[in-house]
Design a protein around this ligand. Structure first.
Ligand code: GTP
Ligand code: MG
Length: 197
């Protein structure tokens, strides 16, 4: 699948203010600074579409981008950013969970994991919560360019393996680099398959 057109639609502070049409949505979520906004830009071949920053905590709203006038990519704020106040963190988590649970248009959640790191409790808990809530999701490992292909694959496999104690069927996973455009076709083909189903 090719992305011919990608445009910013709206930044919503809560679910009730998200677009009212019934187009399918693909949301990107993960710890602050993991590379959600960068991945959206890479998939769209559109630098600056989603705002990125070297400082964690850049994305604070539910951001919709309309793709080929047909479906949405959704950039969400990161979870687990220690430097935020507890109140702000709670509000963001509330916003993220209500978006995920109250959005029938949500076709898939992409959970982003920095491929350099061992499985962290917060990511594990988030993935378990998605599974328990029956939300369709897959894992996207990011920043593979920082490790190289062999080590990135090893880390990703180890991370997935660590889910096996609790989940029999593991979700699909992708290894990506927004810097090198690794994994672009695979992620877009996955979206295309869901769109067609
Ligand atoms: P928040 O919105 O703050 O939650 O962050 P985010 O997950 O949207 O991360 P963002 O895309 O803003 O990227 C964070 C930092 O990581 C930026 O400095 C990016 O340039 C860098 N980055 C993102 N993806 C990659 C990648 O694939 N490779 C490398 N080397 N750096 C990356
Ligand atoms: Mg962001």
């Amino acid at each position: 699948m090719e992305i011919k057109k990608s445009e910013f639609t709206i930044s919503a502070p809560r679910v009730s203010m998200c677009p009212k049409d019934n187009k399918a949505e693909y949301a990107f979520i993960g710890r602050s600074n993991v590379g959600k906004s960068s991945l959206i830009n890479m998939l769209c071949n559109h630098k600056g579409l989603a705002k990125t920053s070297a400082t964690p905590g850049k994305t604070l709203l539910i951001n919709h981008f309309i793709i080929n006038n047909e479906w949405y990519l959704v950039d969400l704020p990161g979870y687990g950013f220690a430097k935020r106040s507890k109140t702000v963190q709670k509000q963001l988590e509330q916003m993220i969970s209500s978006y995920i649970l109250q959005r029938p248009q949500l076709a898939n959640v992409f959970v982003l994991i920095d491929v350099r790191h061992e499985q962290q409790k917060i990511d594990r808990e988030f993935v378990d919560w998605l599974g328990e809530s029956n939300v369709p999701f897959c894992i996207v490992f990011t920043k593979a360019d920082k490790l190289g292909p062999v080590k990135a694959r090893m880390n990703a496999e180890k991370w997935m393996h660590a889910l096996e104690d609790r989940w029999e069927a593991l979700p699909p996973y992708f290894i990506t680099s927004s810097e090198k455009k690794t994994g672009r076709d695979e992620v877009l083909d996955y979206i295309d398959e869901i769109n067609k189903s």
